[in-house]
Ligand binder design. Structure first.
Ligand SMILES: [Zn+2]
Length: 223
């Protein structure tokens, strides 16, 4: 039952990113803290959105610390200003990082048809697997917006791991992975609490209820 952390960008908010993303850009100090804590407490680390800081800041520090992470990249952004290039994605992959889909266009999949979800996912999977010359079989849900229908489509598409924004620690083998978003201004204590917490029984029950309402039955959570 390790925590799975979700990060976006590191450092000051770059000009190409909208101000609404401010809470999702953590300082370098916050990232240093995450790296330091992860060397002591096992946890999983993921990055959404394919920001250039995945390669320029996160990768060198992860390598130095001997840590691995998963990077979920909206493929329509590859090579555009402020986002990872094809070379950067290859480097991440070569260094042992997982490359996963975040769709092409960063769409809210609850608002589009099954066919549009399929197209958005499969096109990005094809593009990313061509870049790294290896299969891409995991996906992080843009905005974390999902319901039973979306998860059903992702299941049909053969995704082996789906990263959600439902909070809380998870088993290593869950098909639908819970994640805790690390936000700007979180203290070392906040992060330590997330990384080391074991869910209380009441919290587990509440989480299950939320998941049931929002994302369907327990079968969706297991492989
Ligand atoms: Zn995203």
């Amino acid at each position: 039952m390790n925590a799975c952390l979700m990060l976006h960008g590191i450092g000051p908010l770059p000009p190409h990113v909208g101000a609404d993303e401010t809470p999702y850009w953590v300082s370098r100090e916050t990232f240093d803290t995450i790296v330091e804590l992860m060397q002591k407490i096992p946890a999983r680390l993921t990055f959404d959105d394919g920001n250039a800081t995945d390669e320029t800041i996160a990768l060198p520090q992860l390598m130095k610390a001997g840590l691995k992470a998963s990077f979920f990249i909206p493929s329509a952004r590859i090579g555009t200003e402020g986002y990872v290039s094809e070379d950067a994605i290859r480097e991440l992959h070569r260094d042992g990082m997982e490359i996963g889909s975040h769709g092409c266009e960063h769409l809210d999949w609850t608002q589009v048809s099954d066919a549009e979800i399929t197209h958005d996912v499969m096109q990005s999977v094809e593009q990313l697997s061509t870049i790294i010359q290896a299969p891409v079989r995991s996906v992080a849900i843009p905005y974390g917006y999902c319901d039973r229908r979306v998860l059903g489509v992702l299941r049909t598409l053969g995704m082996v791991r789906v990263y959600s924004s439902f909070r809380g620690p998870d088993s290593e083998t869950a098909w639908l992975v819970r994640r805790d978003c690390i936000k700007k201004g979180m203290s070392r204590e906040d992060i330590l609490r997330i990384i080391s917490r074991k869910p209380a029984a009441a919290e587990t029950a509440i989480n299950l209820l939320k998941v049931w309402r929002r994302a369907g039955n327990a079968a969706l959570w297991t492989s």
